[in-house]
Design a binder for this molecule. Structure first.
Ligand code: SF4
Length: 465
């Protein structure tokens, strides 16, 4: 019988990516620039993609399930033009996989048209939805974004931008959002700044995006990050900044640095690749093991393994290769090939590994579902010792701020000590980077970041499941 194998890695899932452009002088290029921006943000969500373009107040939207390159064929982009646009790539953190849940979301209300795209998770989303429904609102999707659209539509403010700002006061949780009105591009970030949002310059116009890597491909210049609790209104009058929330301690998601963000992006003045290398260096400083090779589990462990190798003096080697062309596949299960799911994706190189004591480096373990198979295949390739080194602390608590973690009970580090996990996955040892080491590698003093999935200390109260 043919079986469907989901070859998902043992990682927290990327959340979403958002993009906004206001550049009337490049009106005919806006569709293609949006496409390029979303291509750069593809790692943040591969489930669906969408672009909404505003041409003199007329909104055109195109969205679909799948990767950016599949949703936006040449003919879909040709003929589109507009002074401004927003775009979105999605991995569902809330709301199931439904066509109705693809963003941007476009609504028409008495105040005008509004297109919205969001990255994050509203802690009070279900509560707001219930209250809106009890007052007659009808929902078409399970998106938090639709909750915001209803708040705008029902606001007593007549002007749509004032209504949008007023809706922000009611939101609790993580959100980095872009929106289009008839004449403006809006961009805002929640008061804690959980999820990233950056501002750039494009000619005489502006762009906003989840990550700076989107600017590089679009030819835009990075200006600054959108601040916590800041609302930007961008239109032909220029850029207006409103601090709609009072100052709170920054709680930027530390996992953006550990795993999610693209290595060429930068946040808080730090390049992501270099930050990951620094985590690897700290890990090496904390771990005193003799070995012959440092091998990354590709691709997520590569930067940390480079840093580990530099600090420890143990040679770095690409001893495990990754097949880049496989996501999900149909395959005939074969008893005679053990650990087939992992082997389809990762191949240890016998000639590099045989007879060596190896330190495998990865950025995180969430459920521990693949580590056992990876270690078994590295042993089978001839390694004499296999030590696993993780460049972040143990993930013990789920995320409520826009990322898809497993349920609390499925998090392996919650149930077992590092020694127990090492035994379970068949490693000679397992070492995690300490919490202090993580903060040190980011030059942080414990403030400025959310680290709740390691500590269980949630900056914003959540209902623990
Ligand atoms: S709980 Fe973890 S994954 Fe979620 S925002 Fe905080 S650091 Fe990021």
């Amino acid at each position: 019988m043919t079986e469907f194998y989901d070859l998902a890695e043992d990682k927290m899932k990327e959340e979403c990516g958002v993009l906004g452009i206001f550049c009337p002088e490049r009106a005919s290029d806006i569709p293609f620039l949006s496409y390029l921006g979303l291509l750069s943000l593809q790692h943040r969500g591969q489930e669906s993609a969408g672009i909404c373009i505003n041409q003199k107040g007329n909104f055109k939207i195109h969205k679909g399930m799948g990767l950016v390159e599949n949703v936006f064929k040449q003919e879909k982009l040709a003929g589109l033009a507009g002074e401004m646009a927003i775009g979105h790539v999605r991995y569902s953190t809330t709301g199931s996989t439904l066509a109705a849940n693809i963003q941007p979301l476009l609504i028409s209300c008495i105040k005008g048209d509004l297109a919205l795209a969001n990255n994050g998770n509203l802690i009070n989303g279900p509560e707001l939805r219930l209250s809106l429904e009890s007052h007659g609102s009808i929902f078409h999707s399970s998106l938090d974004t639709e909750v915001i659209a209803h708040l705008v539509a029902r606001s007593f403010e007549e002007n749509i931008i004032d209504a949008f700002q007023q809706s922000l006061y009611q939101l609790k949780g993580a959100f980095s959002m872009v929106a289009l009105t008839a004449d403006s591009l809006l961009a805002c970030r929640d008061p804690y700044g959980f999820r990233p949002l950056v501002l750039g310059r494009l000619g005489n116009g502006y762009v906003v995006a989840s990550e700076t890597c989107a600017f590089d491909l679009m030819g835009a210049e990075f200006l600054r990050e959108v601040e916590q609790g800041e609302l930007l209104i961008i239109n032909k009058e220029g850029l207006k900044s409103i601090k709609y929330a009072s100052e709170r301690p920054g709680r930027f998601c530390v996992f953006e640095f550990i795993y999610f963000a693209r290595p060429d992006s930068h946040f808080l003045g730090k390049n992501v690749h270099l930050a990951r290398k620094a985590m690897g260096r700290e890990l090496a400083a904390e771990l005193n093991i003799e070995a012959d090779l440092v091998i990354p589990i590709p691709d997520s462990g590569t930067a940390a393994a480079l840093g580990f190798s530099e600090e420890s003096g143990i040679p770095f080697s690409q001893g495990i290769l990754r097949n880049r062309y496989i996501g999900r596949t149909f395959i005939q299960p074969m008893q005679e090939i053990r650990d087939l799911k992992v082997r389809i994706k990762l191949s240890p190189v016998k000639e590099i590994i045989k007879g060596k004591r190896v330190i495998l480096v990865d950025d995180s373990i969430v459920r521990g579902t693949t580590s056992k198979q990876i270690i078994s295949s590295v042993r089978e390739a001839g390694a004499t010792e296999v030590h696993l080194a993780i460049s972040s602390p143990p993930v013990k608590d789920p995320c409520f701020y826009g990322l898809d973690t497993s349920k609390r009970k499925d998090l392996i580090a919650r149930e077992m000590s590092p020694e127990e996990i090492a035994k379970y996955i068949g490693a000679d040892s397992l070492t995690y980077l300490s919490h202090e080491g993580l903060l040190k590698s980011l030059d942080a003093d414990g403030t400025g970041f959310c680290t709740a999935c390691f500590t269980g200390e949630y900056p914003l109260e959540v209902k623990k499941s």
